[in-house]
Design a protein around this ligand. Structure first.
Ligand SMILES: Cc1cc2nc3c(=O)[nH]c(=O)nc-3n(C[C@H](O)[C@H](O)[C@H](O)COP(=O)(O)OP(=O)(O)OC[C@H]3O[C@@H](n4cnc5c(N)ncnc54)[C@H](O)[C@@H]3O)c2cc1C
Length: 405
């Protein structure tokens, strides 16, 4: 099937031109005023940043070519969050996949499966159902809606943050294990000093009318929300409305349309024509590896005749399968860059690459341990200096990389 033809939903185009057009369209002052609103002037750059079509330095340089913004501007600050999560990942490694510290309740107080009404976008709470629909039908979701969905899932439905994070990252076009899993931990209160809580007033302020959720489980004060986050009881959706804490079941949208969770795939789609790793493709040659997190332009300083090779690593995708939409985005760009694409195990890729004269690629923590075995790895362009000492808060990290806010 042709990339982008899966759902009838228009996907962000998987091209550098589309990313550069988004950079050119950024209005940093409007961004700062409106970014928390669902229809605010956000950049939509995250799928391009996640997959390396553009880098953070390139984004900021593009904005600064048109607007004079200082180092403490809101837009730079938000770019900082992406880099900060990478900083935490580099220090904690797989530790980011378990609670960094205790949250409001012990880990075992939370369920390991999503309730079916939540997974199908039929909780009866409009803000939550709209968010689930957007996630599952487009692979994109505004930051504020991600926070609402995560907070509702963990603090009201008492689902473990890890379950929610694994579900969300599989469907996002921009799924990044550091930004996603650490944001879920931040919302859960296992990576921050308090849980992130919200209510119907907050939704009414930042979302369009069809998201408003008066009379739902969200229609409560912050003290009630805090109490609920700290009790083991669940505050459920369509099936469980019982008027606790003043919640009026009659106001809920009980007819929300069910959304099917898209299938997840461990291997690239057939149209990408990826083949098993074959030494004949690289024997005696210089090679540049294109991988799903390094989809920028091929460097111009490679030796003449360098073979450009796409690689998809089976072990990674077995652990983290993707939606067809995500594969389309990545696969279309990979096909545009690399005439030959391999899909195979770490060992098969290593064996085939061992016959090459030289192999180079760009680093990314999703694949780092393997890339370093196979290739001379170039560091991805960084906007902020590396901080050797682990910072457990964003503000600490920020004051080192940019000075006090
Ligand atoms: C529960 C949850 C899960 C998330 N999962 C991911 C994820 O898998 N991948 C991902 O890239 N972001 C994730 N984020 C962060 C944020 O929601 C997205 O980066 C943002 O919505 C992308 O939209 P945008 O490109 O229009 O961002 P803009 O607001 O235009 O910001 C520009 C860029 O800055 C970075 N950025 C902005 N805000 C944040 C933030 N809060 N945290 C980290 N980086 C940020 C992103 O790279 C973004 O593309 C998550 C947030 C939450 C609350």
């Amino acid at each position: 099937m042709h990339p982008g033809a899966h759902s009838g939903v228009e996907l962000p185009a998987p091209t550098r031109a589309a990313a550069l057009a988004r950079i050119a369209a950024i209005d940093p002052d409007r961004y700062a005023r409106t970014r928390n609103h669902l229809h605010g002037a956000v950049s939509g750059l995250s799928p391009y940043l996640t997959h390396g079509l553009v880098s953070l330095p390139e984004v900021l340089a593009g904005v600064r070519a048109r607007h004079a913004i200082g180092d403490q501007h809101k837009f730079v600050f938000e770019l900082g969050w992406r880099a900060y999560f990478r900083h935490v990942w580099s220090h904690r490694a797989d530790g980011i996949f378990t609670s960094l510290h205790p949250g409001p309740l012990p880990d075992e107080a939370y369920a390991c499966a999503l309730p079916p009404d939540l997974a199908a976008g039929r909780t009866g709470v409009p803000a939550i159902d709209r968010a689930v629909h957007a996630l599952l039908t487009t692979g994109t979701l505004h930051n504020h809606a991600r926070m609402w969905l995560a907070s509702y899932t963990v603090h009201l439905r008492k689902v473990h943050w890890r379950t929610g994070a694994d579900w969300m990252v599989a469907h996002l076009l921009d799924g990044d294990l550091a930004s996603n899993h650490l944001s879920w931990q931040w919302v859960a209160g296992t990576a921050s000093h308090k849980p992130y809580l919200f209510n119907a007033d907050n939704v009414a302020r930042f979302a369009p009318a069809d998201w408003h959720s008066p009379g739902s489980v969200l229609d409560a004060g912050y003290e009630a929300m805090e109490r609920r986050a700290r009790t083991r009881a669940t505050f459920d959706g369509l099936d469980g409305h019982d008027g606790r804490d003043g919640h009026d079941p009659r106001c809920c949208d009980r007819n929300a349309e069910r959304v099917e969770e898209p299938a997840l795939y461990e291997a690239p789609p057939a149209w990408l024509a990826a083949v098993p790793p074959d030494p004949a493709d690289v024997r005696g040659c210089d090679a540049w590896l294109v991988h799903p997190w390094a989809l920028g332009d091929v460097p111009s300083d490679l030796p003449a005749g360098t073979r450009v090779l796409g690689v998809c690593v089976s072990e990674f995708h077995r652990a983290w399968p993707w939606s067809a939409r995500r594969w389309s985005f990545v696969g279309a760009r990979m096909a545009a860059l690399a005439p030959v694409r391999w899909a195979g195990t770490v060992d098969a890729i290593a064996t085939a690459l061992a016959t090459a004269r030289s192999v180079q690629t760009l680093d990314d923590p999703h694949l780092s341990p393997w890339l370093r075995q196979w290739a001379r790895v170039r560091a991805a362009p960084a906007l902020f200096p590396e901080v050797d000492r682990r910072c457990d808060s964003f503000s600490k990290w920020w004051s080192i990389v940019r000075g006090p806010a």
